[in-house]
Ligand binder design. Structure first.
Ligand SMILES: [Zn+2]
Length: 374
């Protein structure tokens, strides 16, 4: 029988196709790689979200949990970042606590990337960069992925046309993949519900006295530069808002509506004894009015269209030529966290939580944020 030799043109076509597939394939694999976190001297133990729900082990939703344990016993605070990993200050603020903070009394538990599935892909149709980088004090580059508001469809698919939640509210079907609509979660539910359940389990098993969820939103959104608090934590939140205002950090206070379904500030409080807070910083990168959407916009927060909107008094937050840089947004979050502890400690002396070595607002805002990372 005659041996058939592959047509060289066809062979060339196959090789070219393989190269074309490999280029996006490599960037896909890179986007699924776990984040580099360099724990600081305050981290006494490292665990995983799957410690609280073994079904998550080996899935893209499993994510590191850091424990900063003080020598002196006290209360416990849980910090949750990256519920929406397209909101950079939402995960960099808790990361700075992991890399810098030291608990002297009580414990801090930190989940910097709560939705590990959502950080494995970018926001579709938004022209969003896949990552941004910061230079640390040693001049080394730290790269941070930018994820999506929703879990990756590779992990949870298909979406229903509509999502009717347990309180009968009708949301778009893709909201089924929104971690901040999935609390208190389900142990045998979708990957998003499982993540929500595992976070609830941290709150319950570790007896978190305080739980804080870090976010960012567009400057034209109504709940922005805000603290959202469950009725249980409302008085503490009011005091925190007052201290922030004394520091010239504009903030509004919102009570978590009782009929909201699946949101952290509502369900954490309804399904556990914790005092829940959600912090929301204003970020033009998140907004509908923004122009060029790149790494610089994430870091510098300067956008000519937001400046025009501010001049026309169409924004809910102060905005000028200085922009709203990542350093400012993170400094707001860290400062609000420090004030939550200070305020809590005055009422619950025996369960005080004392954390040192966190940067002050003035040191961090409008400075090189990488200086506060390892
Ligand atoms: Zn958010």
């Amino acid at each position: 029988m005659k041996k058939t030799c592959p047509n060289p043109a066809f062979l060339g076509f196959l090789i070219a196709t393989a190269i074309l597939v490999a280029i996006p394939g490599l960037s896909y694999v890179k986007q699924r790689a776990p984040e580099t976190i360099i724990p600081g001297p305050g981290v006494t133990r490292r665990g995983s979200l799957s410690d609280y729900l073994p079904a998550l082990k080996g899935t893209s939703a499993d994510t590191p949990v850091f424990y900063l344990e003080g020598k002196e016993p006290g209360g416990t605070v849980l910090l949750v970042g990256g519920a929406h990993p397209n909101e950079p200050a939402g995960f960099i603020a808790p990361l700075i606590v992991v890399e810098r903070g030291v608990a002297q009394k009580g414990r801090v538990i930190v989940v910097p990337y709560a939705n590990g599935s959502a950080i494995s892909h970018t926001e579709p149709l938004e022209g969003s960069p896949a990552s941004f980088s910061l230079k640390n004090k040693a001049g080394e580059t730290r790269v941070f992925r930018v994820g999506s508001r929703l879990s990756n469809p590779l992990d949870q698919w298909p979406d229903p046309a509509l999502y009717v939640n347990e309180k009968g509210q009708v949301l778009s079907g893709s909201e089924m993949r929104n971690l901040n609509r999935a609390f208190p979660g389900k142990a045998d539910g979708s990957i998003t519900e499982q993540i929500a359940y595992a976070i609830m389990e941290i709150i319950r098993r570790e007896k978190a006295d305080i739980s804080i969820d870090f976010h960012e939103a567009s400057p034209e959104y109504t709940t922005v530069n805000a603290i959202v608090a469950h009725e249980k934590s409302l008085e503490l939140a009011a005091e925190v808002a007052m201290y922030l205002e004394f520091d010239d950090i504009p903030i509004t206070l919102e009570q978590s509506p009782k009929n909201l379904n699946g949101l952290s500030h509502r369900e954490w409080g309804d399904y556990s004894d914790t005092l829940p807070f959600l912090f929301e910083a204003a970020n033009p990168f998140m907004g509908r009015l923004r122009g060029k959407t790149d790494e610089t916009l994430i870091i510098e927060g300067k956008d000519p269209y937001y400046l025009a909107a501010a001049k026309a008094k169409r924004l809910n937050v102060p905005y000028d030529e200085k922009g709203l840089p990542l350093s400012y947004r993170v400094a707001r979050h860290i400062t609000a966290f420090r004030y939550v502890l200070d305020t809590y400690n005055t009422y619950y002396e025996e369960k005080a939580i004392i954390v040192t070595d966190l940067p002050e607002y003035e040191e961090m805002a409008y400075r090189n944020l990488g200086d506060f990372l390892n």
